[in-house]
Write a protein that binds this ligand. Structure first.
Ligand code: COI
Length: 374
């Protein structure tokens, strides 16, 4: 367990903007390009711990060029969303999970930890202040981006003596401009995303920049995303920046199995991943489904596809929620993932999206949903 450092949310100071922004119409929103009026920031020093939080107008940071974030990648972040429910209330989805994961990420790169419950209170205040930016249309939300950076001015390689934790917010619609449509993947055979003993299970910015080149390479050949494999066995690990799920009919027993890779240190502990697994155990297992966190390989998917046993495949993440997969290019084969040509999502992907959104938007009252106090 990680020892968490105190934050006092009662010391929050608020400076409101004098120039409120004009809202961008929801259908014109591009993911992560539009930001709200304000930001939440907290500074930390090794001597004094977390200083009082501030909500200020959204503004540039002023940092010394020697700040350690720029040289040694002392940076971790989170992705979470605030939703507007049918009664106009603001809701966060499983924020405790994000705070727990961020503390694991920050601890791994010698950045400070923080009291997650206190931070949720601050984020809730911030989200409430930015309420007018949350579209009340299904599929839309306010993407919240908690970010922590090492700010110490030094080229010496060591634990940062100062840090900044800030949260910015961006109104967003569907992650892919094409909407809820099946994507084509290219299995990447020349690079790996993560490795045993590495940091692939942490949400570090440094894990994301190296994802772009394989994505561009895949796009050059007409694929939407790349599929990350690992090892000679060609274990399937993640898709682009999302966790990966497949549904297979078992060769021996004929039972349906929903599979995702286990949290062995190479897989990001996705909140959506965990939500899909919980919902599957709750709603699919009683119908006879086997729910597995186990290793599975590209040859296994290839064989299942050829036998007509690969029922469907989808990515799962906060940004896109669920992203159905049509096929995977692998070793000169196009492995079909169970969709008819006229079908954009399999039955499980569609159900998961509906079940998760129902809890995110508060249609179904559930403990995963955190109602922001007015
Ligand atoms: C996801 O939510 O799937 C992500 O990985 C967030 C992405 C914008 C970095």
């Amino acid at each position: 367990t990680i020892k968490l450092q105190d934050i006092d949310p009662s010391k929050l100071s608020i400076t409101k903007t004098k120039t409120p922004k004009e809202l961008v119409p929801p259908n014109e929103l591009v993911f992560g390009r539009t930001f709200t009026d304000h930001m939440l920031s907290l500074e930390w020093t090794a001597a004094d711990g977390w200083l009082p939080a501030r909500i200020t107008p959204y503004q540039n940071l002023s940092l010394d060029p020697a700040s350690c974030v720029f040289h040694y990648a002392f940076e971790c972040f989170e992705g979470m969303k605030a939703y507007k429910d049918k009664d106009g209330r603001v809701r966060l989805f499983r924020p405790t999970k994000n705070m727990e994961r961020m503390n694991k990420s920050s601890a791994r790169i010698a950045l400070p930890t923080f009291d997650g419950a206190a931070m949720i209170q601050l984020i809730a205040k911030f989200a409430a202040m930015e309420e007018r930016f949350i579209p009340d249309t299904r599929g839309y939300s306010l993407y919240l981006r908690p970010t922590m950076i090492g700010t110490q001015r030094t080229l010496g390689v060591g634990p940062p003596g100062s840090a900044l934790l800030y949260v910015i917010a961006s109104p967003v619609g569907p992650y892919y401009p094409t909407g809820f449509k099946a994507v084509s993947l290219e299995a990447t055979d020349y690079a790996v995303r993560a490795w045993p003993g590495g940091v692939g299970d942490k949400k570090l910015g440094a894990n994301y920049a190296p994802c772009i080149l394989p994505q561009l390479e895949a796009a050059k050949r007409g694929f939407h995303q790349n599929l990350w494999l690992f090892g000679d066995e060609e274990y399937v690990t993640e898709v682009g920046t999302m966790n990966m799920f497949v549904a297979i009919k078992n060769k021996e027993t004929g039972q349906n199995e929903l599979i995702t890779a286990p949290l062995d240190g190479t897989i990001l502990e996705g909140v959506t991943r965990d939500s899909v697994l919980s919902l599957a155990r709750e709603k699919l297992a009683p119908e006879g489904w086997i729910i597995s966190e186990r290793k599975y390989t590209m040859p296994e998917l290839f064989e299942a596809s050829n036998d007509g046993r690969l029922l469907e495949a989808f990515g799962a993440g906060t940004a896109a929620v669920v992203s159905p997969v049509r096929n995977i290019s692998w070793k000169g084969n196009l492995v079909e993932c169970g969709l008819r040509p006229d079908q954009e999502a399999g039955e499980i992907a569609q159900k998961m999206k509906d079940w998760i959104e129902s809890r995110q938007y508060g249609d179904e009252e559930h403990e995963w949903s955190y109602v922001v106090p007015k």
